[in-house]
Design a protein around this ligand. Structure first.
Ligand SMILES: [Zn+2]
Ligand SMILES: [Zn+2]
Length: 231
């Protein structure tokens, strides 16, 4: 069994965090909130970490409403990732996770209100955060100090009481497993493209880029339309 599975099963928060730190490259409050929210949701729903090879009964799906550090905490803890098609990103800009059981589409949504967390930050952290992150004015020393404070603050949230979260039962509309589509070669760039992403012009297949069609990307701002002429 994977070490991370064992850590999640044992509710070993410190262990999960060290795994998450390697994946995410730093420790920050929202990474930890992603871990904590995942643990709450799994417990409430009575499911374990995603067993990719398991039966549908054990299969879960995670829906996140933002693409911040929180999403990495969720991916590590639940095992639902972008790559295994068990992570769905809904561009709502809220710090929330919905964990869903694929067998009956019952879910649990866990939301955290950022304002409720302010009491966990020291004034020095808040001040430094504003200067270094929001205004991008910090010196190297200040940046380093912020990371140190940030990690300390974050760790306080590892065992955040459940009452700090809004936890609700939800019923989710069934979402298909990732279908496997054939690939088609674009008549202009010669690259292979998933058949559903191809546009036919005068009988020839083109990728969205070569066809000059709209396509979308997930960026720090959420889901955005890419400029047609961008390369
Ligand atoms: Zn982070
Ligand atoms: Zn092309």
């Amino acid at each position: 069994m994977l070490q991370i599975n064992r850590l999640v099963r044992a509710r070993d928060y410190e262990g999960i965090l060290s795994y998450a730190k390697e994946f995410h490259e730093h420790v920050c409050p929202y990474l930890i909130l992603g871990i904590r929210a995942s643990m709450i949701a799994m417990e409430e729903l009575g499911v374990g970490r995603l067993d990719y090879g398991g039966s549908v009964d054990e299969s879960i799906l995670a829906i996140v409403e933002n693409n911040s550090c929180f999403a990495d905490g969720v991916q590590v803890t639940t095992g639902c990732t972008f790559g295994n098609n068990s992570l769905i990103y809904v561009d709502l800009g809220k710090i929330a996770l919905t964990l869903v059981r694929r067998s009956d589409w019952q879910g649990v949504r866990v939301y955290i209100d950022g304002e409720k967390l302010e009491k966990y930050y020291t004034p020095e952290t808040t001040e430094l955060f504003d200067r270094v992150v929001k205004r991008r004015e910090g010196t190297d020393e200040e940046v380093e100090r912020l990371w140190q404070l940030w990690e300390e603050t974050a760790k306080k949230m590892l065992y955040l009481p459940r009452r700090e979260f809004k936890v609700e039962r939800v019923k989710v509309e069934p979402i298909e497993h990732a279908p496997i589509f054939e690939s088609v070669r674009c008549a202009k760039c010669g690259e292979l493209v998933m058949a559903t992403k191809v546009i036919y012009m005068e009988g020839k297949p083109f990728c969205l880029k070569c066809a000059g069609e709209r396509y979308y990307a997930v960026t720090g701002s959420g889901i955005v339309e890419m400029r047609k002429d961008e390369d």
